[in-house]
Design a protein around this ligand. Structure first.
Ligand code: ADP
Ligand code: MG
Ligand code: MG
Length: 875
């Protein structure tokens, strides 16, 4: 079996076998770049090593010895030759880059004899001793497991004794002393003298690299980055070149473009007269790559040309390691460079314009999830932060404002134009009006899918939740954290991307929708098949969604409109009405308000479809809390307060109790309200159609889609459809204006999915409400599951992902596929979309594409992400 390859025998696409580093060294060798010769021991050998209980696989050692001979032939030096010794580096390299996780040994092959030969050959004893001490240190640390500080201490003390500050000021004799001390450390720590035989050194180092695949750091790194444990690492044995041979030598690292902005410029650092890790280890301050142009113009020119060549070859931005030996450039590593979202976009677009990659490739180059950072206001990265607590980074973006503990107060202050941060132990749907007006949300309890988190993400508002360090005292309107007390009205800042909470106001920068970003999204639009709409409840949200490229609204919730402070009393009147007549009175007062809402949204979305969902939540959400009412009643009783008021409150409490449900999410809500109170849905339909008429008269093209939530049965939808249709006819007759509209339903309980074929007979469109569909299919309450057990399900690998975040393809997805198929078999051009949180999540978007949905709908701030993800699903 072939366990060992020379660089000439490898290629870039052999990463699985040769590791990333080895495959790219091989590729560079074969395109004629100056790479010191080397050989690669395969990842297969590493895996076999573990199969055989940490023994080298049979034949591997012989093959290594054979291939070392090819290196000797190429260099004219001999491994272990006391006159002109060949030295090598032993470098780990997994198929996926794991920076700093495994180790490298340089200058291997040195011993008491060969170091003299090296000194003579180079004509520089100081250099040879410098290499030897580096080797002893690295070999001791990486191969023999001796703590690095033990070597470091000896060096520091010796530098002090010699009165020098920097390593490169020590003389040959002084290094010789360090070398002797290092050998003593090794003998003391391992009980054996330092191994002088170069072959023994080599195989010990290979053994150590194989072993390092399973060191704690590497295991944790793989777990965090979801890298398979079975990949194994390759080992590169490469001829040494020396950056520490004098002032015409050096070593450095560089990116072919700026990894933070994407600007097309070389970006990196180098150190003169240095080796390997010196640049990153902070031994001396490195110089920016630009100064190399002045110091070594020829080398710089060659380096710049090589960078261009590598970019052309790999068609991607490269992260490069290089060394200069006596004025000659050597390439030691190249790989696709890591970059920020901003840089990823700019580089992808630039590369299309430079003719390097296609538009499809450009679209695939940007991770949709990373766009999040670019779509929210964020803290200026150049300011110093005074962080006093840290919670979960629940919704990205940053905000500053006055601390407020009550949603009503947040709403009031917000409407007055003050900036507030709503601070609660947790939020409930009752707090929506406060959240709407707040700049950001901070909660002390709840996870990444808690109410506060979901609502904040939906609104594109910063949110830090589960910040357990803070203790909220509602009575005194303050919270404590450590020794600090923050009172109502104090200013704090939160960063929803990191979870940090800070005292005072910090400076922010606006989200940038750069020209490149727009360009990339336009290309995504050309490619994708799936439509992208937004969930929006206000004209402002609708406008934002349009700006971000939404092609319509997939969900307008009407309940938020009912929560507004000036409407809630009327809504309550409507709910509490004893007779139909009374109820109608309240509805008549709500009608013009709703009409205004719909007018605004439909107008903002002129020419594009708008799905409006009729009332959905259980009615008690609009009523006061029973416990609070009881406190008020008792206070009135004890203080002998107003008798009329007392009676009113008691009546209210009775009603609240009558309406209370054990399980409101499975209770009297959605279309079930429409069945028992058709006049509520009739009012909403009338508000929609009257708005439509006004807009038609203004010459606006509008496309309203009336949506009935929570349907389980064809008859149910047929009944409510009639209510809507009759209202439409009435409005047309009264106004003499004819208009188009459609009626459809959400599919959000399993029965609806199972009976989709029947339901489709009376529906013009389906929209999957996957938040509820996930709850009802799994039987998990979203509000409870995460805090209580869902994390454990994911940790114990019972479920792969949180199904409220990533669509559960196996279960919920199967229902969706069935529903699409059944629906379209009855109505081939049935319009089907999705409006749950999943509509903005890339992997769920891919599933929607594969399932043949017409569109996904997500919060306005996720529209660019969805556009990109939809295009990626198609490519
Ligand atoms: P890492 O994966 O941690 O970057 P590397 O194997 O790339 O480790 O080695 C780190 C550094 O060691 C390289 O950037 C280079 O400066 C130096 N190095 C490795 N091999 C050689 C070599 N053959 N000649 C000179 N320097 C080398
Ligand atoms: Mg490297
Ligand atoms: Mg629902």
């Amino acid at each position: 079996h072939k366990w060992v390859y020379t660089f000439e025998e490898g290629r870039a696409d052999m990463k699985d076998l040769l590791g990333g580093k080895g495959a790219n060294l091989a590729e560079m060798t074969n395109i004629g770049l100056p790479v010191p010769p080397g050989i690669i021991i395969t990842t297969e050998a590493c895996n076999q090593f573990y199969v055989e209980n940490r023994q080298f696989p049979p034949g591997m050692e012989e093959q290594v010895r054979e291939k070392i001979k090819t290196l000797e032939a190429k260099t004219g030096k001999r491994f272990g030759d006391p006159e002109n010794p060949l030295l090598v580096s032993v470098r780990s390299g997994a198929p996926i880059s794991m920076p700093g996780m495994m180790d490298t040994v340089l200058n291997l092959g040195l011993n008491d004899e060969t170091v003299q030969g090296l000194a003579r050959a180079a004509g520089d004893r100081r250099f040879a001793m410098d290499c030897y001490r580096r080797f002893l240190n690295m070999f001791g640390d990486v191969v023999l497991g001796i703590e690095h500080v033990k070597f470091e201490r000896v060096l520091e003390t010796h530098k002090e004794q010699c009165g020098v500050n920097f390593d490169n000021q020590l003389t040959a004799e002084q290094w010789q002393y360090v070398v002797e001390e290092y050998k003593k450390i090794i003998e003391r720590e391992t009980g054996n003298p330092f191994p002088q035989d170069p072959m023994e050194q080599l195989f010990n180092a290979v053994y150590a690299v194989f072993n390092s695949w399973n060191n704690d750091r590497a295991i944790v790194y793989r777990k965090v980055n979801k890298i398979a444990d079975t990949l194994g690492t390759a080992v590169n044995v490469q001829v040494m070149v020396f950056g520490n041979l004098g002032n015409d030598c050096g070593t450095g690292v560089a990116f072919t473009r700026n990894p933070s902005t994407g600007a097309s410029e070389l970006y990196g650092e180098y150190l003169i007269n240095a080796q390997g890790e010196d640049v990153v280890a902070g031994i001396r301050t490195p110089q920016p790559i630009a100064t190399l142009q002045e110091e070594m113009p020829d080398v710089y020119r060659q380096f710049a040309e090589t960078c261009t060549l590598l970019e052309k070859h790999y068609k991607n931005m490269q992260d490069i390691e290089f060394t200069i030996e006596r004025g000659k450039l050597y390439m030691l590593q190249t790989r696709n460079g890591k970059r920020t979202a901003q840089a990823a976009i700019k580089i992808a677009v630039d590369m299309v314009n430079e003719g390097l990659i296609s538009r499809e490739e450009a679209v695939m180059r940007v991770e949709p999830a990373h766009l999040d950072h670019l779509l929210h206001r964020r803290i200026d990265p150049n300011v110093n932060l005074e962080v006093f607590a840290k919670g979960l980074p629940a919704s990205p973006g940053a905000a500053s404002g006055k601390v407020v503990f009550d949603a009503d107060e947040a709403e009031k202050m917000g409407q007055e134009g003050q900036k507030v941060i709503l601070v609660r132990t947790e939020t409930t749907p009752d707090d929506i009006h406060g959240i709407v007006q707040a700049q950001g949300i901070l909660t002390s309890r709840g996870g990444m899918t808690s109410h506060a988190a979901v609502v904040a993400r939906g609104m594109g508002k910063p949110c830090v939740c589960g910040c357990e360090a803070i203790r909220i005292d509602y009575d005194n309107e303050e919270f404590m954290v450590g020794g600090l007390t923050v009172k109502k009205g104090d200013i704090i800042s939160i960063d929803g991307a990191t979870g940090q909470v800070m005292l005072g106001e910090v400076s922010m920068i606006d989200p940038e929708l750069s020209a490149e970003f727009q360009q990339l999204l336009e290309w995504a639009d050309e490619i994708r098949a799936l439509g992208v709409r937004a969930n929006a409840d206000t004209p402002a949200d609708a406008a934002k969604a349009r700006e971000f490229g939404a092609e319509g609204i997939g969900l307008t919730r009407t309940e938020h409109m009912f929560m507004a402070q000036d409407r809630l009393p009327i809504v309550q009147e409507m709910i509490l009405a004893a007779t139909e007549e009374e109820r109608q009175k309240a509805l008549d007062r709500l009608l013009p308000m709703q009409e205004e809402d719909f007018y605004g949204i439909l107008k903002a979305m002129e020419g594009l479809p708008v799905t409006i969902r009729l009332l959905d939540p259980p009615l008690h959400e609009f009523l006061p809390n029973a416990e609070e009412l009881m406190v008020e009643i008792n206070t009135l009783r004890l203080t002998g307060g107003d008798a009329g008021e007392l009676q009113e409150k008691e009546e209210l409490l009775r009603k609240v109790r009558a309406l209370s449900e054990f399980n409101p999410m499975l209770g009297h809500r959605g279309c079930r309200l429409g069945i028992t109170f058709p006049e509520v849905y009739a009012m909403q339909a009338r508000a929609i159609f009257q708005a439509v008429v006004r807009l038609v008269r203004e010459g606006c093209k509008v496309i309203p889609e009336v949506e009935i939530p929570l349907v389980i049965e064809q008859n149910e939808l047929a009944f409510l459809r009639e209510v809507v249709e009759k209202t439409a006819e009435d409005v047309m007759r009264e106004t003499g204006v004819r208009f188009e509209y459609t009626v459809g339903t959400m599919i959000e309980v399993p029965r609806a999915a199972l009976l989709a074929g029947e339901i489709a007979r009376v529906a013009e469109f389906f929209s999957f409400g996957t938040n509820d569909l996930t709850q009802t299919t799994l039987g998990f309450s979203r509000d409870d599951a995460e805090g209580k057990f869902l994390n454990e399900y994911v940790e114990k690998k019972i479920l792969k992902d949180n199904p409220f975040v990533v669509l559960d393809r196996k279960g919920v997805g199967k229902l969706m596929q069935m529903a699409v198929q059944a629906g379209r078999s009855v109505k081939p051009d049935l319009l089907v979309g999705i409006c749950g949180e999943h509509g903005g999540e890339p992997s769920s978007i891919e599933f929607c594409h594969l399932t043949g949905l017409n569109y996904v709908s997500c919060s306005p701030f996720r529209v660019p992400i969805a556009r990109l993800a939809a295009a990626q699903a198609k490519v």
